[in-house]
Structure formats: C-alpha cells, structure tokens
Design a protein around this ligand. Structure first.
Ligand code: PLP
Length: 426
C-alpha cells in the first residue's frame, strides 16, 4: 500500500515533467484537496497552506459560500461574452464599486490582464485628458517590481529570468528605486510626459518589502502635484491580506459604509485580482472614477471571459466573506502575533536574520546568499513537518496563510516553523 501511495505523487509529478512546459519549479508535493487553512496531498498527508496560492485563497480553501455561488451560477449561465448583457455583472460592479468607493469597475480575469488594463487606461488618460503628444506617454514603475508576465509587463521588470530573450520590449516606462520619494519627484519634475506612477503598496514577490511609513501618502501627493495618475497594484496586497481591506487604506480601520476611502492615499486606478475570487475562479479588475474610466469606449478594450456571470457571482461572494468574517481584522491581529513570536526567535537564531511584513503577508530573511539553496531546503523541511511555504528569492521565504486561520492554528504554525529552523542543518 505504502509503495502504491508513493507512486501517486511520483506519477503526478512525472506527468507534469513529461507533458507540461517547465515554467515553474514547484515544491515536490501533489495536492488533491483543500479546506480552510489546510490542504492534503494525494497520499492523504495534511499540511497548513502558508502560501494561499500567492495570496489568492485569502478566504480559505473551498469556502462553502464561494463554492456554492460558483456551482449555483454554473448551473444557470456560465458565459455570454460581453456581446450581450448578463444578469450578474451589473450586480458585481455595483458591489465592488461601493466596497472600494469608485465609480466604475472594468472586470478582467488574471492579475496581469488587470495590470495591462491599467496601463492602457493610464496611457489613454495621458493623451486624452493630460494632453501628452501622441505616443510619448510614460509610466513610472519601481525597481524589483512584480506585476505579472505579459510582454509589456516583463518589459519593465528588473528580473532577468522573467525578461531575458523576450525582447523587443515595450517602450514608455521609467524605472526608479522603490520607497524613494526623491527619485519620484525628480522624474515627475523632469518629464511632463509622465501619465502615471504604478506601484505595489508592499513589494510581495520581491520579498515582502514594506515601504517607509508615509511613502504611499507622499507618493500620491506628488502625483497630484504633477498631474500624474497614482496607480496601485493591489493584486497581492489587497482584499484584507495586509490587515486592511486594501494596503492603501494605510492605518484607516474605517468600516463605515459612507467612507469613500482615504483621499490622501486613494489610488486613481486600483488593480485587484487573486482573492477577488477567493481563489475559486480567475477574477480580476480595475477600478477608477468616471473622469478616468470614461477614456475606455466600446471596442477599445475587452476579454471574452472578463465580466462573465460565474466570475461575477464568485466575486460578490468572495467580498462578502471578507466583510462577514472580519478577515482584515483577523489578518491584522494574527500578523502582529506572528511577527512578535518569530521576532523573539530571530533574536536567538543564527539562520534567520529578519522577519518583516504587514498583516498576514510576511517573510523571513535567511542568513545566506541569494544564490544559496538554504531557503528552498528549509521549505522542504517545513513540508516534512506539515507546513507549505515557498521562497520568493534565494534567501527569503514568504509566509502568507489563508486569513481564516485561528490564533491556535497560527501558534501551531509558529511552533512548526521554529522547530524546523532550529533543527535545520545546512
Ligand atoms: N501584480 C502583483 C502585485 C502580483 O503579485 C501578481 C502575481 O503574483 C500579479 C500582478 C499577476 O497576477 P496573475 O499571476 O494573476 O497574472
């Protein structure tokens, strides 16, 4: 029996190796079931999921309310395309715009598509509203950004693995250092053709870099000063992950339905994806007010699946779960506890030099080089001990569990992490 069970994982991995393109390097675990904060492999071993599909499964695996919205809608109507109206999209647009305080939503499917959409809206706004001469618009982005993997997006990436040999690259992007207001002001002052500043409120993929207190607010003020759109990519940080509904809510805990967002940090264009569906279905979207979104006209942008009725039903349910279960508050409280407990451990450890993050988007930095395999080896050991996590870069491990985790479960995970690292031998 044991041999047969082993074969199930081995076989699944062999199938992917043989028949699938090798565009990922997964941890060798084959999952077949998920519920809440847990996943099970094909041999029946149970794990804490400490990655949440890169923050898509904030609401927990197979959340019953989201699954039921999906299956119910799938029985009625799955796809109409936007050639016709469907009876769910308007409801989703109303719900999402009132949740995030914008006039309009443009629905798409994946995070990268939503970023592409924001880039297109920003460029059009630059020409039609700001008066930038044809084909001269520029968008300022940050070093070490991660916004997805389309040709245009990798054109302004600093990750050589993601971009090499994919040229020629799309023009019109200026890269500046993250968390550097001086660099932002300089570029905005020097170039009147800048239409937007695209930024992650926390650089997740780069290794969970939290900018200095006040950075986003000051960046928004600079954008206002130079008539440039402030564009926040909250694909990973949004939907309660960082302890607020949005990372750009800053310290505002306002849950008042009359709140129209914190104007000092509110993005002109907000990009969402991942947990907008709780991981049940690809749903992403871009939010903006009418003065910006009106540059989009029929035929100028779209997607066959964007705004489909299943995505719309799932999107409403996913946002309802966030509110009903107070997941932002839970992420805030558990995140503080996680960093406090791991912080104590870091002081005693030679192997871990730092823990950082916000809400339940955290990372530890391993005392080794970027090129070393130590972070990967620690993730393998964590897997053996029943917890799944993945390095972001050579020496950084991201910890991002589903936000439905309880305090007891979190403390259990902290024990697993501390035990694993304490016993780890290079
Ligand atoms: N933007 C950010 C900040 C992300 O973290 C990601 C994915 O990790 C994306 C965009 C791309 O999303 P997707 O993989 O759904 O295209």
């Amino acid at each position: 029996m044991a041999v047969l069970e082993q074969l199930a994982s081995k076989h699944a991995i062999e199938l992917e190796e043989k028949h699938g393109a090798h565009n990922y390097h997964p941890l060798p675990v084959v999952l077949s079931r998920g519920e809440g904060v847990f996943v099970w492999d094909v041999e029946g071993k149970k794990y804490y999921d400490f990655l949440s599909a890169y923050s898509a499964v904030n609401q927990g695996h197979c959340h019953p309310k989201i699954v039921s919205a999906l299956t119910e809608q799938a029985r009625n109507l799955t796809l109409t395309s936007r050639a016709f109206y469907n009876d769910m999209l308007g409801k989703f647009e109303k719900y999402a715009t009132s949740t995030f305080h914008y006039d309009k939503l443009l629905p798409m499917n994946t995070g990268a598509e939503a970023v592409e959409t924001a880039v297109k809206i920003c460029r059009r706004w630059g020409y039609q509203k700001k008066g930038i001469p044809a084909n001269q618009a520029k968008i300022v982005v940050c070093e070490n950004n991660f916004h997805g993997r389309t040709t245009t997006i990798v054109s302004f990436s600093s990750d050589q693995v993601a971009r090499s040999n994919y040229g020629p690259y799309t023009e019109g992007f200026i890269k500046i250092e993250y968390d550097n207001l001086h660099a932002l002001e300089q570029v905005l002052k020097d170039d009147a053709h800048v239409a937007g500043f695209l930024v992650e409120p926390i650089q997740g993929e780069a290794g969970v870099y939290v900018p200095s207190e006040g950075y986003l607010k000051a960046a928004k003020a600079l954008c206002v000063k130079y008539n440039v759109l402030f564009i926040a990519d909250e694909v990973q940080t949004g939907i309660a992950r960082t302890g607020r509904l949005l990372a750009t809510c800053g310290n505002c805990t306002c849950e008042d339905k009359h709140c129209s967002g914190n104007p000092e940090v509110k993005p002109d264009i907000l990009i969402l994806g991942k947990a907008l569906s709780g991981g049940a279905y690809p749903v992403s979207g871009v939010l903006a007010n009418d003065s910006i979104m009106e540059v989009i006209t029929p035929g100028s942008h779209g997607s066959t699946f964007g705004g489909n009725p299943i995505g719309a039903a799932v999107g409403i349910a996913a946002l309802e779960v966030i509110k009903e279960e107070k997941l932002a508050q839970n992420a805030d409280e558990l995140g503080r506890l996680f960093r406090k407990e791991l912080g104590k451990f870091v002081e005693t450890s030679d192997l871990v030099v730092k823990v950082r993050g916000k809400g339940l988007l955290n990372a530890i930095v391993i005392n080794d080089t970027e090129e070393s395999s130590t972070a990967w080896d620690i993730c393998m050991a964590l897997k053996e001990n029943g917890l799944l996590a993945k390095p972001t870069h050579g020496n950084i491990i991201r910890f991002a569990p589903p936000l439905v985790m309880t305090k007891e479960q979190l403390l259990d995970c902290v024990s697993i992490i501390i035990k694993t690292i304490s016993e780890f031998k290079k």
